[in-house]
Design a protein around this ligand. Structure first.
Ligand SMILES: *Cc1c(COP(=O)(O)O)cnc(C)c1O
Length: 382
């Protein structure tokens, strides 16, 4: 509105506003775009690409461009949660046979129990065992192989390249949940996956203040178009502010992940020797069954996540989680603060997680302090 030719009252100006901010051409940060709707051009077009906030938004697209470039993907799509991102793949997929890992993020595994309502059938397999995978995939029937590596909460490793080549031979797509690896350590698309998925709630955002999810595709496909349409129809894109925070979090991803890996590796090696601990599950340990594959497909570290199994069983595990002071007892992972969790308690019935297991998210505190804190809680077991 041209204020020099003001023909309306202050009330109308207050109600209407004065439109968008001037071009922020010199800012080093993207603006936060909270608009739910955008102006049509006089010729009735939408040359800006923005129409309505349910489908997407400029702040969402900004974070998506950043993520697509980091994954070297055709495109990335940002969702309101990791679960919304993962579910979009299964819901958009025409009815098919799916092969999924026995050990995977429990929230998704739990939802998949009811996958039959979408016309899919599903076979679970130890995805770290390539012979078992070869038996599970069915030529002419299997449409999707879902992988997660390292897999939560046992941190087993799947050979992405080998599984992708098996799946592609029979015409199945591969979607890889790479939440624990992040684009810093692993590029599933370069290894043959068709779609990579992340819970951006974890390392990508990294500050425990955003719930979001990401899909990134190697190339355009009917499935990708269907997912885009569905997201716009249901309205499961991330909110603009969450997208903006995520874009900010991504800027320190490389530094954070490097440090998370270093601390996790140090803790895994140190805790291996502890008499109260039966085993340490971490792909960076040479005796981990997936170590060789992890060395090949993870570049720069083995992730910030590890689990420990207590000789004293469930009771000891819960006591150690209660006895730490620097570590914080909470679910989720990938944030700056170190978290400890008795995983079986949150997963509930039907979970394959052993009840003597504590999941550790190595944060950015001093590694020696983290180690001392755990050792003190372990020593109090008596
Ligand atoms: C947390 C997580 C998810 C789900 O993501 P949300 O953002 O919590 O919805 C999916 N996969 C893995 C491996 C996760 O850790």
């Amino acid at each position: 509105m041209d204020q020099s030719r003001q023909t309306v009252t202050a009330r109308s100006i207050a109600a209407r506003g004065i439109g968008s901010a001037p071009q922020q051409g010199t800012a080093v940060l993207p603006p936060l775009d909270l608009a739910t709707t955008y102006l049509r051009d006089p010729d009735n077009g939408y040359s800006s690409g923005s129409v309505y906030g349910r489908a997407d938004n400029a702040s969402v697209r900004h974070a998506e461009r950043q993520l697509a470039m980091m994954e070297q993907a055709h495109a990335a799509m940002l969702f309101s949660s990791g679960m919304a991102a993962a579910m979009a793949v299964f819901v958009a997929l025409p009815p098919t046979h799916i092969v999924a890992p026995t050990i995977m993020f429990w929230g998704l595994r739990d939802w998949l129990r009811d996958i039959g309502r979408y016309g899919h059938t599903i076979t679970y397999v130890d995805m770290s065992d390539l012979d078992a995978v070869a038996h599970a995939i069915r030529p002419g029937e299997t449409g999707l192989v879902w992988i997660e590596t390292p897999s939560n909460p046992l941190w087993t490793i799947t050979d992405i390249e080998a599984v992708a080549s098996m799946a592609h031979r029979i015409g199945a797509l591969v979607c890889a949940d790479s939440t624990a690896a992040t684009p810093v350590l692993t590029r599933p698309l370069a290894l043959g996956a068709d779609i990579v998925m992340h819970s951006a709630t974890k390392y990508l955002n990294g500050h425990s203040d955003v719930v979001a999810g990401v899909l990134a595709a190697a190339k355009p496909s009917p499935l990708w178009s269907r997912i885009t349409t569905l997201r716009g129809q249901i309205g499961t894109a991330a909110s603009p502010f969450d997208a903006w925070l995520l874009a900010r979090g991504l800027r320190t991803l490389h530094l954070r992940v490097r440090e998370h890996c270093r601390t996790a590796q140090f803790l895994a090696e140190a805790l291996q020797e502890h008499p109260a601990i039966a085993s340490v599950l971490y792909p960076g340990l040479p005796d981990h069954p997936g170590h060789a594959v992890a060395r090949h497909q993870m570049d720069g570290g083995f992730g910030g996540m590890l689990s420990i199994r207590l000789r004293g069983g469930e009771e000891a595990a819960i006591a150690v989680a209660a006895g730490v002071e620097l570590w914080q007892r909470a679910t989720s992972f990938g944030g700056i603060e170190s978290l400890i969790e008795h995983r079986a308690s949150i997963e509930g019935s039907g979970s394959p997680c052993p009840d003597d297991l504590l999941r550790l998210s190595a944060g950015l505190e001093d590694p020696d302090d983290l180690h001392r804190d755990l050792c003190r809680a372990l020593a109090n077991l008596g």
